[in-house]
Design a protein around this ligand. Structure first.
Ligand SMILES: *[C@@H]1O[C@H](CO)[C@@H](O)[C@H](O)[C@H]1NC(C)=O
Length: 134
C-alpha cells in the first residue's frame, strides 16, 4: 500500500485524490508523520510542495528519501524506479510514472537525500500538473 501511495504522491496527489480510498489516506498520514520525524524537516516545506514547486532544503530530500526507502523504490546505487509498482497503477498514471522515471533515473546527488530531492525535482519538472509531496 505504501508503495502505491508514494507513487501517487510523486506523480500527482490531485490524481490520487480521485483514486485513493478514504482508509488509505490514513496510511499516508502515518508515513508523513514518521518521515517528518526521521528527516527532521520543517513541515512547512512539505506543505509548500505544490504544483511542481519543491523547496530547496536539504532535509526535504531526506524526507522524500524516507518514502522511497520504505516503498523499496531506491536501489543501493541510488537509482530510483517504479518498476515494481507500475502494475498497481491505473494505465494513465503508470504511463506518467514510466515516463518520469525514464527521464529522471540517471540523476544522482552527493548523498542519498540529495539524489531523492534532485530526482523528485526532475519528476515535478516533467509532470508539474498537480505534483506534490505526500
Ligand atoms: C501542513 O499541512 C498539514 C495538513 O494540511 C497541517 O495539518 C499542518 O498544520 C501544516 N503544517 C504547517 C507547518 O504549516
Amino acid at each position: 500500500m505504501k508503495i502505491v501511495l508514494m507513487v501517487l504522491g510523486v506523480v500527482g496527489l490531485s490524481l490520487a485524490a480521485l483514486e485513493i480510498p478514504e482508509h488509505l489516506k490514513a496510511a499516508v498520514k502515518i508515513m508523513r508523520k514518521a518521515c517528518l520525524v526521521e528527516s527532521g524537516v520543517d513541515e512547512k516545506y512539505v506543505n509548500q510542495s505544490r504544483d511542481g514547486n519543491l523547496p530547496d532544503v536539504p532535509k526535504l530530500g531526506c524526507y522524500i528519501l524516507c518514502f522511497f526507502e520504505h516503498a523499496g523504490m531506491i536501489e543501493e546505487d541510488g537509482t530510483i524506479h517504479f518498476n515494481d509498482v507500475l502494475h498497481l497503477l491505473s494505465p494513465s498514471l503508470a504511463e506518467t510514472a514510466k515516463y518520469v522515471s525514464e527521464e529522471c533515473k540517471t540523476i544522482h546527488g552527493d548523498t542519498r537525500c540529495d539524489t531523492a530531492w534532485l530526482t523528485t525535482k526532475c519528476f515535478f519538472e516533467k509532470a508539474p500538473e498537480g505534483s506534490e509531496l505526500p
